[in-house]
Design a protein around this ligand. Structure first.
Ligand code: CTP
Length: 402
């Protein structure tokens, strides 16, 4: 989501500096080009070599030569799209608020016109000090975003406000702020993962779905400003800011989707729902017998959740996915019509470089009475962004009587 964004990560001298390492990894993973700037105090907590290795660039102000840039702090300031100050101590916050530029980091910060995100980390009393609060107000007035600390266990050995936000939250926050708010005021319901149908207390039937596509849709929809509910049969970590309902079976998924359907504007069935479940689930573990080499399980059809949702549809924009191993478009077109959905996203699961369990996807978007649209191979986050952008346009163009 931060693909090719130039991010300058400023690390100041707090024990939370160690978290800047995983923050850098996540930013790089999200596609950003990261340059790290460390204050002298920060280098007491984490080494420049660690940050250089993770960011794949020399750390400022180490290794600056006039050959790189005659005026290095200005070159960095002009290069920057987004400046993140994490962890931000009370000291660097005070300097930024008052325009003090007495080292490389604060000079570059004064010089940059890029969007700035300050992520404080400090003792609770330092946080509550009127001087710090006044400085934070000044920064907010100057258009700087403060990603507020949480109440947590501080290095001092007690709980208090001043705990730096987790790296994944910071990345999500920055990505949301840079994402167009295409789904502001919209409520989005998404299902994800492969359902599990029990055989006995030990075993179940499931499929190869990881839930990554549904989770990417949930995360990006939240970043676009939507209120997102995720009905999940996956074990992936919950995306920040998303309400989660964990389910296991298709029947549980149907109940959760039905319960939430009415109050949502966009409903996306990205889950791989088991089409059949075991008719008689054994209450005790099924033992293997010596006299029989075969075991027959009687399966019964699960409800088609998407088809039943389309029957209840009022204002909702309803999206289905189609997992196909052959005749992709023909089969997907049939599902678009038979399931009465507004959009069907067709997935070729035979592809080696995309689809099930992969971080990437390549899909074709089908809508009634419109030409199909191919979304080329990209990360699932990027595909999610493209799908949600198409949906936001569809909703905008939809007349109330449609
Ligand atoms: N789906 C559903 N309930 C089911 C089966 C599928 O809601 N019992 C939804 C999926 O979440 C997806 C769409 O229907 O959005 C298509 O799912 P897919 O597995 O591709 O197709 P099926 O309808 O199950 O048909 P088939 O397995 O024969 O391809």
């Amino acid at each position: 989501m931060l693909k090719n964004k130039h991010i300058a990560l400023y690390i100041s001298g707090s024990i939370a500096a160690y978290k800047a390492a995983s923050l850098t990894r996540l930013l790089v993973k999200a596609g950003a080009i990261v340059r790290v700037i460390m204050t002298t105090a920060a280098t007491n907590f984490i080494t420049p070599l660690t940050m250089q290795t993770l960011s794949k660039h020399f750390v400022y102000p180490q290794q600056i030569t006039t050959a790189d840039a005659p005026v290095a702090h200005i070159a960095l300031a002009d290069w920057t799209d987004i400046a993140i100050i994490a962890p931000a101590t009370a000291n660097i916050i005070a300097k930024m608020a008052n325009g003090i530029a007495d080292d490389f980091a604060t000079t570059a910060l004064l010089a940059t016109t890029a969007a700035k995100f300050v992520v404080p980390a400090m003792n609770e009393h330092m946080w509550n000090n009127p001087a710090t609060q006044h400085n934070l107000t000044t920064l907010r007035t100057n258009g700087v975003t403060i990603i507020e600390p949480t109440v947590g266990f501080l290095a001092e050995g007690y709980a208090g406000k001043g705990h730096m936000r987790e790296p994944s939250d910071i990345v999500n926050y920055v990505a949301s702020a840079t994402m167009p708010a295409l789904l502001a005021n919209k409520k989005v319901l998404i299902s994800a993962g492969g359902t599990k149908e029990p055989i006995d207390p030990v075993r179940y039937i499931t499929n190869r779905s990881s839930g990554k596509m549904g989770y990417a849709l949930a995360q990006v929809a939240q970043q676009m400003g939507a209120q997102v509910t995720l009905v999940s049969a996956s074990t992936l970590p919950t995306p920040p800011g998303v309400t989660i309902h964990k389910v296991t079976t298709a029947q549980q998924m149907q109940t959760a989707m039905n319960d939430n359907f009415k109050q949502n504007d966009i409903v996306i069935m990205a889950a791989a729902v088991a089409d059949y479940r075991v008719l008689h689930v054994a209450t005790q573990k099924i033992k293997k017998t010596t006299d029989n080499d075969q075991l027959n399980l009687k399966l019964v059809k699960n409800p088609d959740i998407l088809a039943t949702l389309s029957q209840q549809k009022t204002h909702q924009y309803l999206v289905g996915f189609a997992a196909e191993s052959q005749n992709l478009l023909a089969n997907a077109q049939k599902k678009l019509i038979n399931k009465h959905v507004d959009m069907l996203v067709a997935n070729d699961i035979s592809a080696k470089d995309a689809g099930f369990n992969s971080d990437n996807n390549r899909v074709t978007v089908l809508r009634p009475h419109q030409a199909s649209q191919v979304l080329l191979l990209a990360s699932k986050q990027q595909i999610a962004k493209e799908i949600l952008t198409i949906i936001s346009n569809e909703i905008k163009n939809k007349k109330p009587c449609d």
